[in-house]
Design a protein around this ligand. Structure first.
Ligand code: GRF
Length: 225
């Protein structure tokens, strides 16, 4: 654990989900394993049967189902989200498979404090079926991106990306599984950068303090040389 991780208080997290919650699980595990100092204040799902709610409860974390259909508009739903998140003293919101677009109501309440993860290298392949789109396009690499949510679909200042190779024999499932494994490492890492106070946002760009790898260390080529 780096000195920054230890000296700063745990980040007070609210996690929004709609489904399986494997990214939620990765964040819970990283917190338990000591790689991430986070206090997960609550998990909210807009779907009743989301497996992620179960995962939260099993970990002893407050979990709430809030049905978006109870609200007259997206803004009304978001106003309620803001109230619940504030009531739990949340400072950073992490969307993890949350299948709702956020309105300016949420974005204004948590400026540069809402993260999302997308299973592609943004700005490529926004929307659902990103893995299918990457395969159909024939890219040699795909991956995942964690970004600060802004208006628009799967768009916003990029915090971190992980790259995975696309293999000749991949189908949607095999590529999705490889990307998912990368997501589970990347999301806790991105949240840790926030907890360590290393993220500075300037318009579209996020500057990460304290990283200094050479071009050679960062280079990726596929097929390999
Ligand atoms: C992930 O692939 C994430 O990138 C996308 O939704 C999926 C959520 O998976 N936004 P899980 O619910 O965390 O398993």
């Amino acid at each position: 654990m780096s000195p920054e991780t230890q000296t700063r208080p745990p980040v007070k997290l609210g996690i929004l989900i709609s489904g399986e919650g494997t990214n939620l699980q990765a964040i819970i595990d990283a917190t338990r394993g000591g790689e991430l100092r986070a206090d997960i204040r609550l998990v909210i799902s807009n779907r009743a049967g989301a497996r992620g709610l179960e995962r939260a409860r099993l970990a002893g974390i407050a979990a709430e189902f809030i049905d978006h259909r109870r609200f007259a508009s997206r803004e009304e739903f978001d106003r309620n989200l803001v109230a619940v998140l504030n009531a739990h003293d949340v400072e950073l919101v992490a969307c993890a498979g949350f299948m709702r677009l956020l309105s300016p109501v949420m974005l204004r309440a948590f400026p540069n404090r809402i993260m999302n993860i997308h299973p592609a290298l943004c700005p490529a392949f926004p929307g659902t079926d990103a893995q299918r789109a990457a395969l159909d396009y024939g890219v040699r690499f795909s991956g995942c991106s964690v970004f600060f949510v802004a208006e628009g679909v799967d768009d916003g200042p990029i915090i971190a990306q992980a790259v995975v190779p696309v293999r000749q024999d991949d189908d949607e499932q095999s590529l999705a599984a490889r990307i998912r494994a990368a997501e589970h490492r990347l999301y806790p890492h991105a949240i840790r950068l926030f907890q360590e106070g290393r993220l500075r946002v300037n318009d579209r760009k996020v500057f990460v303090g304290g990283s200094n790898q050479t071009d050679e260390q960062l280079m990726l080529i596929n097929p390999p040389l």
